[in-house]
Design a protein around this ligand. Structure first.
Ligand code: AMP
Ligand code: MG
Length: 424
């Protein structure tokens, strides 16, 4: 039996970075940018006002104050999106709205609150442009002016190859007028459930049968981490059935089967790996998830290219398949997508009850981690049987009990892999 680290290293050695593709920016969330992005414009493109107010010449406001306003004649009004044709000359002002370009001749903007605008508005019946405006403070050159290129300068590098596209990067790209960008493509992950007992959720149950939940939990994990699930349905516990179904997935970047990897009579997946490709390992020193199988299946893509597709045979127990996905499939997917950080966030937490480790495997125990007074506390989510899927639903973390610890007590500090930050 190999360790979790050895298993992960092996799996990652088969996960190559995928090709680049050009896509609309909104489809790229969570993907890695495959090009440096330079700006061919200034943002903002022109000097503009950060406030609603009056564009003036600062020297015209010398000695202006609440009790001694300086009156300027108002020659125009300009809204965002328009450029005034007039020029601010000594003794004049242009009424201007936030975002509008600074008119020629002006060097500062006095906001409405520092003029008698509001008084005039109260007394004016038809909200006409005032003939003159009283300035109630001194303006310094540059007051309330946002300079052209202050956010992004024309020609500068704005985003670097390798960054992960989040909503803010989508916004930055849009601000540059980019509708498409080059990103590393998402992996297609084919998912096959195995088991004579399985029935699809659209079918009705008959005696002895259970619903296939693994396909759906695994597909949801693939989606969550940015991949494209390709659902291959359910195969029976026979080599012929599993091989026939797997053939439908040979154009995927990764094959995932669930079930059929234990030591039981009908556990055919590892035999198939050995016959249809190469088996790299079977069984990992962990709990749940011991009977994990990994290897490659020889396949031919639609384009006729022969290649070895990484195949993870996840254990059939619903908790085991999810936990092994988080530990092994997720990092492999992220690596394929060009990501550098492959580990889930991990915190140290204080254990709130004892955990017994009977057979020297690494236990990944489902737990709820809560923060109290700046410390994290981990409480197991009740029975830890690997068939108890609701224990996964209750959890927001996996507590790591090392293989060399036979027992851990309440109060011990444990490493805790966060699956989600909160259950709220
Ligand atoms: P196996 O690894 O095939 O021996 O399966 C272990 C346990 O997980 C058995 O109790 C199976 O019935 C159950 N199981 C296997 N596959 C699924 C699935 N797709 N959905 C729900 N339970 C499953
Ligand atoms: Mg089975």
């Amino acid at each position: 039996m190999i360790s979790v680290e050895q298993a992960l290293e092996k799996i990652l050695s088969y996960a190559g970075i995928l090709e680049e593709e050009e896509k609309p920016i909104l489809d790229c969330l969570g993907q890695v940018l495959a090009e440096d992005i330079y700006s061919d414009i200034n943002i903002p493109p022109l000097d503009n006002t950060a406030m609603d107010g009056y564009a003036v010449q600062a020297k015209d406001t010398l000695n202006s104050a609440q009790e001694s306003p300086r009156f300027l004649s108002v020659i125009d009004t300009v809204a965002a999106g328009y450029i005034s044709k007039r020029e601010v000359k000594p003794g004049t002002a242009i009424r201007i709205m936030t975002g509008a370009p600074i008119p020629r001749g002006a060097d500062s903007v006095v906001q409405f609150e520092n003029t008698d605008e509001l008084l005039r508005r109260e007394s004016s019946i038809d909200r006409q442009l005032p003939g003159e405006i009283g300035i109630l403070c001194e303006a310094k050159v540059g007051l309330n002016i946002r300079r052209a290129g202050e956010d992004i300068t024309k020609g500068s590098k704005v985003l670097s190859k390798g960054v992960i596209i989040r909503p803010s990067e989508v916004g930055v790209l849009a601000s540059l007028g980019r509708s498409k960008v080059m990103v590393i493509r998402r992996p297609v992950v084919a998912i096959l459930a195995t088991g004579d007992e399985l029935v699809d959720i659209n079918q009705s149950l008959s005696p002895g049968k259970i619903y296939n939940s693994n396909t759906y939990s695994v597909a949801a994990l693939v989606l969550r981490y940015g991949g494209i699930p390709k659902i291959l349905g359910i195969a029976l516990d026979s080599e012929d059935s599993v091989v026939a179904s797997l053939r439908q997935g040979l154009d995927a970047d990764m094959l995932i089967t669930t079930g059929g990897v234990s030591a039981g009579d009908y556990d055919v997946v590892k035999d198939i790996l050995a016959k249809e490709g190469e088996i790299a390992f079977w069984t990992v020193r962990m709990k749940p998830g011991k009977p994990l199988a990994f290897g490659t299946i020889r396949g031919e893509s639609k384009a006729g290219v022969v290649r070895n597709i990484p195949h993870l045979g996840l254990p059939g127990n619903p908790v085991s398949s999810m936990v092994t996905f988080e530990l092994f499939v997720r990092p492999a997917m992220l690596k394929m997508m060009g990501k550098k950080n492959l580990v889930k966030p991990t915190v140290e937490a204080v254990l709130e009850g004892p955990v017994v480790n009977s057979d020297g495997r690494r236990i990944m125990a489902r737990a709820v981690v809560r923060e109290r007074d700046g410390k994290y506390f981990a409480q197991l989510t009740g029975p830890q049987g690997s068939g108890i899927l609701t224990s996964m639903s209750l959890a927001n973390a996996l507590v790591v009990i090392p293989e060399d610890k036979a027992r851990m007590e309440a109060g011990d500090v444990v490493q805790t892999m966060m699956l989600d930050w909160s259950k709220e």
